[in-house]
Design a binder for this molecule. Structure first.
Ligand code: ATP
Ligand code: MG
Length: 377
């Protein structure tokens, strides 16, 4: 926060207006530690860049410059408004405006539309403070119009409800119910980002209930996933815990994976976690072959607790490369040429070591192996 205050002071000393805005003000008033500080200013992007040594053009076309100072980054955005929402999506253009008022007016919800000076004086034009006290998500202005401008806001309302454990104001909610179909005009990538945030939340179930209640689920790809019983969902903080829960409770219907363009990495984690969760019991081989992330997700899903951590860290080896022997050793000991036998023998040694039937020591492995090898002959 100190860095952000320094940034605001410098802008003001140069004759510009500058305020904390958005999520930082909201979280500050809630007594939470904001995870980042956004500053709004009357200075144009080029003027902001002129005032600070180190800046990055993170979103210069939207008027945002990232100022690097004191080991932190502060996003400084020129007062702006958005215009010409031709298709319920992002604005066609942004226009810089003179006043803070106009900037706050374009923001989505009253609790996100407050500003604060570096002296911690709050500018609250839309009753954001009252809504914070009453734990309400309420659109700034006429909700129908705001959701028609940008339909993603409907999903953001649902996301904030879980993130903050707030209710959605009745009038705002009824507007979402009326306009829910507009969510179909939003790119799935943006939708998935909000759904990920929803599922990572401690109060995810509150948001997911709103997905049904608001009618948004009816217009989301694979929306049926959000209409089943989520009452036993225990979020781990990882969005994949939610997706895994959804797939698991829908007969493993994974059609959402392509609908939401999951990355290959996400797909693999989910597939493996589902396989691990399907196992009737877990043994050392399970702990050995699945990654911590896959085990964590599968354990959370099936209520297995976190005993897997201890099991995983106490395994004799982590991977094949930890084996005290290799294929070369086996060939030397037996004077045999490579072939299918080699892979099979290495696999059996690996398995025995993981199950602690054999110690991972060269001599011990050799004794055991030659014994087996000669017996088979
Ligand atoms: P979080 O803590 O989740 O980052 P946040 O409030 O900072 O919450 P962001 O998505 O980072 O949320 O957006 C920053 C601010 O920009 C919001 O508080 C809001 O004022 C404004 N904003 C963001 N997206 C929209 C939108 N689609 N429509 C209107 N205003 C928006
Ligand atoms: Mg933010």
């Amino acid at each position: 926060m100190k860095t952000a205050i320094d940034v605001i002071r410098r802008l003001k000393n140069a004759g510009f207006e500058a305020y904390f805005v958005g999520g930082a003000v909201r979280d500050f008033l809630l007594g939470k530690n904001p995870h980042d500080f956004d500053v709004a200013t009357s200075a144009a992007p080029e003027q902001v860049k002129g005032l600070f040594k180190r800046t990055v053009d993170t979103g210069i076309q939207h008027g945002t410059v990232l100022v690097l100072a004191g080991g932190a980054g502060v996003e400084v955005t020129t007062f702006r408004t958005e215009s010409d929402y031709s298709d319920n999506r992002r604005p066609d253009s942004v226009a810089f405006v003179k006043s803070l008022e106009e900037d706050l007016k374009r923001r989505d919800f009253t609790i996100n539309a407050m500003a604060m000076t570096e002296e911690l004086e709050v500018v609250d034009l839309y009753g954001g403070r009252k809504d914070l006290e009453e734990k309400l998500i309420r659109a700034v202005g006429e909700p129908d119009q705001r959701f028609r401008e940008d339909a993603l806001r409907m999903l953001r309302a649902v996301r904030f409800s879980g993130q903050l454990d707030f209710a959605i104001d009745e009038y705002t909610l009824s507007s979402i119910q009326k306009n829910a179909a507009l969510i179909g005009s939003i790119a799935v990538e943006r939708i998935k980002m909000e759904l990920d945030k929803i599922m990572a939340n401690k109060h995810a179930v509150r948001s997911i209930d709103y997905l049904s209640l608001s009618g948004l689920a009816d217009h989301l790809p694979s929306g049926g996933l959000f209409k089943t019983d989520w009452s036993t969902f225990q979020p781990t903080g990882d969005p994949l815990s939610g997706w895994l829960y959804a797939f698991w409770h829908n007969s493993k219907d994974v059609s959402a994976l392509s609908a939401y363009k999951f990355s290959n990495e996400e797909k693999i984690i989910l597939k493996k976690a589902m396989a691990a969760a399907s196992l009737e019991s877990w043994n050392p081989w399970t702990y050995y072959t699945y990654t911590p992330k896959q085990l964590e997700l599968a354990a959370a899903l099936t209520g297995r607790g976190d005993g897997w951590i201890e099991e995983k860290v106490s395994l004799p080896i982590e991977s094949k490369s930890d084996l005290a022997i290799n294929g070369r050793d086996l060939m030397d000991w037996t004077d045999n040429k490579p072939g299918p036998w080699l892979k099979e023998a290495l696999g059996e040694i690996e398995r025995r070591i993981v199950f602690r039937l054999l110690e991972n020591e060269k001599d011990k492995i050799k004794d055991w192996f030659l014994d087996e090898y000669n017996r088979d002959k």
